[in-house]
Design a protein around this ligand. Structure first.
Ligand SMILES: *Cc1c(COP(=O)(O)O)cnc(C)c1O
Length: 393
């Protein structure tokens, strides 16, 4: 059975990370090493996770309590939790399913005198066209934050040049993962300095916890091969454990109580060392393979099935979701034929704040209720991608 996701990290990288936990390196060398890989090194702010960096950013921006943060309606619940923790109000803008972006008109509609920040989330591995939205937002004096956690495609570019901040994640399930870590590109030097200053007082992630994480995923990586995973699924079914739920639970970042304590950390030096190595050696051939497989699957499905986000630009197909009438039936059919599709995911629709007259994000709601994620990564050969597509046509 083809598992839904594979970790985008090799055995060598995992062992390199483990080894780093036992040697000393200078933190500043690792940070500079990461910065140098990007077109404008001075803008680059490596941190522990996107959630850490976003939380830190809201801290230093210090906008008045009760201000509004406009956010594209589909994101991680934690992003909204962070906004609310700062006494701010998140106001959703509905998405346009073909790009998973939003339109300038819908943004214009939700801007009020209390709006201060806009967060543009790019989903599934594409970039939606945002030029006119950013221009409008800037004219209204908003700070523009780009969430590119799912859209890393190499260090050759660091986000939209007109956005104030762009964020890339290297968390466990992301492209080029270092089992944690994130890179923010912060274009205003004052904001950057304030972030650096404040971040210096954060505690470090412990080496021990990072080592345990590396060991855990070294073990789990074994389980992601087609054969091992197939056997595990049979075993889980025999003892009547819902493996779908288990995978979902195990792959969540920062679960359980004490969320803010968990994210407000600096990465340990071994993480920075592994992140530098990952970014430096990232094989763009892998991305182009993934892209051509995505295009092939789209050409098989596109006419008959809604493939959200696929009209976005520079698509690397980080995931390949489809939107179907009966998700459970599609998941069943695919699983019976060796493809571990799932309708379980960790995103949600940003609710309209109480008393706010903004339109409910109906498209976002419809989409998430009907979404099915297909197994999709470069290790699946074209022949299997085509076989999977045939079940959905
Ligand atoms: C993964 C993800 C995040 C969070 O990234 P972390 O580095 O794990 O905090 C934020 N937004 C989106 C859209 C994501 O996919």
């Amino acid at each position: 059975m083809w598992i839904r996701r594979r970790l985008d990290i090799s055995w060598r990288d995992l062992f390199y990370g483990i080894a780093q936990c036992f040697i000393r390196r200078k933190e500043s060398n690792c940070i500079e090493g990461i910065q140098r890989l990007w077109p404008r090194p001075e803008n680059i702010f490596p941190c522990f996770s996107v959630r850490t960096g976003f939380d830190l950013l809201l801290d230093v921006l210090d906008v008045p309590e009760g201000s509004e943060v406009i956010i594209t309606a589909v994101t991680l619940p934690d992003m909204v939790r962070i906004i609310e923790d700062h006494g701010l109000v998140s106001v959703p803008v509905d998405i346009t399913p073909d790009t998973m972006g939003c339109s300038r008109e819908s943004v214009q509609k939700v801007i009020t005198p209390r709006s201060r920040i806009i967060v543009l989330t790019n989903l599934f591995g594409g970039r939606f066209p945002a030029d006119d939205i950013i221009d409008t937002a800037k004219k209204e004096g908003l700070i523009v934050v780009e969430d590119l956690a799912q859209s890393f495609s190499g260090c050759i570019e660091d986000g939209h040049p007109k956005a104030d901040v762009s964020m890339f994640s290297f968390g466990t399930i992301k492209t080029a993962t270092a089992l944690g870590g994130a890179v923010m590109s912060v274009r205003d030097p004052d904001i950057r300095d304030a972030m650096t200053e404040r971040y210096s007082s954060y505690p470090y992630q412990t080496r021990r916890s990072y080592l345990l994480k590396l060991l855990k995923y070294t073990l789990l990586k074994t389980a992601t091969y087609r054969m091992t995973f197939g056997i595990l699924v049979v075993l889980f079914n025999l003892i009547r454990i819902d493996y779908d739920r288990c995978i979902h639970k195990w792959s969540r970042g920062f679960p359980g109580p004490g969320f803010f304590g968990k994210i407000r950390r600096k990465p340990c030096v071994p993480l920075l060392a592994l992140l530098r190595r990952r970014l430096n050696r990232y094989d763009r051939g892998r991305l182009s393979d993934q892209r051509s497989k995505g295009e092939r699957l789209l050409s098989i499905l596109g006419e008959n099935i809604e493939c959200p986000g696929t009209k976005a630009g520079n698509h690397v197909y980080w995931v390949f979701p489809v939107c179907v009438e009966k998700p459970d039936d599609a998941v069943d059919l695919l699983r019976r034929n060796g493809f571990d599709a799932t309708s379980r995911h960790s995103m949600y629709v940003v609710p309209v704040p109480e008393g706010n007259k903004t339109d409910a994000p109906d498209e976002a709601g419809r989409l998430l209720a009907h979404i099915v994620y297909l197994p999709f990564y470069p290790e699946i050969p074209f022949k299997e991608i085509e076989r999977m597509g045939a079940f959905l046509k």
